[in-house]
Design a binder for this molecule. Structure first.
Ligand code: GLA
Length: 384
């Protein structure tokens, strides 16, 4: 749905013109998984799928939220009553952003918001970050807050961690706020320094498929939090601030120090090796060798499956089938426990690969897959 339809939807709903229309994308992560809450490296890029918001300010301390994709009329909330973990449905994300902005001292006096989204939900493609970032960007513009993308991302993460109660890292919000078309974003999550890495698949005759297994994942559920706590325990046992501080050539020594802590050791091995993989991928991309990243993506999947243990049979089936049918590399992307995988392949092989994956899912009696080609798109922006 374009800016025009969202604007019209706003007028129909609230009986007045919005002051503007904004969009923020979902993302896939190329490499660097479960590293962001360990101060490590990630490399997401934005999808063409976006959440779009038409917004106008109010001055009476009221926030009205409506989504064209959800049943029912606008939800009306009082700004002075917003409180962490008070709200358990989708409105917690935009309400949490308003709460985080006000808590950081920004004077927000109210807003009417009308939203719609093309980002698949529950697919590990950051529909929540898109929803947070689009609202943050709209309020940043309308209230002339002058906050940079990375700062908006931090506030959105705080909304998600504290207000919604999901202990996620900073990758998804930064990807949605800061990505650029045609590029992957190499992000150091310790200081949020960024490098835009040109990622032109078509020029190399390549294609990156996103394969949504349709197995719904959830973050506030315990497994994500348990992995995070295990990583923090590992850092504490090793006497470092974060696992990022263990260099790859110090991994064996670190594992020896963790003798008797087998579960923590597996988490540490994943995070330390994944940071090294992210650095290898960035240097290959910078030297123009996209094909060569394939095996590193596949290695990353094995590490997430065997050491970090966040894959699931459906994700493994996508990866195994894609590789057996000639893909250059494949891995799960995002938090795991369902959601999506990415497959790097020669463009010419897309039809064969897609068919093979679909057949494998039919044979295993899984819900049919959703497959689309991902071209790195723009980050959050004002549309009108
Ligand atoms: C989810 C979280 C991110 C990140 C990934 C795993 O997408 O929101 O912060 O931790 O999982 O890399």
């Amino acid at each position: 749905m374009g800016a025009l339809e969202v604007r019209e939807g706003f007028i129909e709903l609230y009986g007045a013109e919005p002051e503007g229309v904004w969009a923020a994308p979902g993302r896939v992560n190329l490499i660097g998984e479960h590293t962001d809450y360990n101060d490590g490296f990630v490399m997401p890029f934005a999808l063409p799928h976006v959440t779009t918001a038409a917004v106008a300010r109010r001055d009476d301390g009221v926030l009205r939220l409506h989504s064209a994709d959800m049943p029912g009329g606008p939800v009306e909330l009082r700004l002075d009553e917003l409180a962490p973990e008070s709200d358990r449905d989708w409105t917690a994300y935009p309400a949490g952003v308003v709460w985080a902005l006000r808590e950081a001292g920004h004077e927000i006096t109210g807003a009417d918001v009308h939203l719609t989204s093309t980002v698949p939900t529950g697919a590990g493609l950051s529909s929540s970050a898109a929803l947070e970032v689009v609202v943050a960007l709209a309020l940043n513009d309308l209230y002339a807050l002058g906050l940079k993308g990375w700062r908006l991302a931090r506030l959105c993460q705080r909304a998600e961690n504290v207000y919604v109660g999901a202990p996620t890292g900073i990758m998804d919000q930064t990807a949605s706020a800061c990505c650029e078309a045609g590029h992957a974003l190499f992000l150091d999550t310790r200081d949020l320094s960024q490098r835009q890495i040109p990622f032109d698949l078509a020029a190399e005759g390549l294609c990156l498929l996103v394969v949504d297994t349709r197995v719904e994942h959830a973050h506030s559920g315990g497994e994500y939090g348990r992995r995070r706590a295990g990583c923090e325990k590992g850092a504490a046992l090793l006497g470092v601030d974060a696992l990022r501080d263990i260099p790859h050539d110090g991994l064996d020594a670190a594992l020896a120090e963790l003798a008797g802590e087998e579960e923590v050791a597996r988490l540490v091995r994943h995070v330390v090796s994944e940071n090294a993989r992210a650095e290898r991928v960035v240097s290959l991309l910078e030297s123009g060798d996209i094909r060569a990243i394939g095996p590193i993506l596949t290695e990353g999947h094995a590490s997430l499956r065997d050491d970090f243990r966040v894959s699931c049979p459906e994700l493994d089936l996508v990866v195994d089938t894609a590789l057996a049918s000639g893909a250059l590399g494949a891995r799960m992307t995002g938090g795991g426990f369902g959601g999506s995988a990415i497959v790097l392949t020669d463009s010419a092989d897309v039809p064969t690969l897609t068919q093979a994956m679909e057949e494998a899912f039919t044979k295993a009696a899984h819900t049919p897959l959703r497959v689309f080609e991902a071209v790195p798109a723009a980050g959050a922006r004002r549309l009108a």
